[in-house]
Design a protein around this ligand. Sequence first.
Ligand code: H2B
Length: 108
Amino acid sequence: MNLLEQRCQGAGVSAMAESDVRRHLSQVSGWQLIGGAIEKTFRFRDDLETLAFVNALGWMSHVEDHHAELRVTYDHCVVRFNTHSVGGISLNDFICAAKADALVAFAA
Ligand SMILES: C[C@H](O)[C@H](O)[C@H]1CNC2=NC(N)=NC(=O)C2=N1
């Protein structure tokens, strides 16, 4: 099933092997494995757009109950996902990465 169609799972998630992480990275654009998390920098025109993205991401994370680590400046936001409960990267991180991408997909 497509990542966007899936929902994060609370129980039953497991940490992926690095080979599995790399295979999943090929399904999302611009995400990299950095320091034990998947990371992407989202760039915007100004602080209003950046903060609107952070709010939209916050809503998605709340609905999925899976939360990102964020580094926010006026024109970009670095988003990192890993899964604390398994001490690694799980499918939940890729589901949220795809949903974060979808938030900006229509904003050219
Ligand atoms: C109780 C609650 O569902 C858990 O603490 C969730 C919340 N959000 C989470 N977010 C992330 N990134 N990893 C987790 O393991 C995690 N666990």
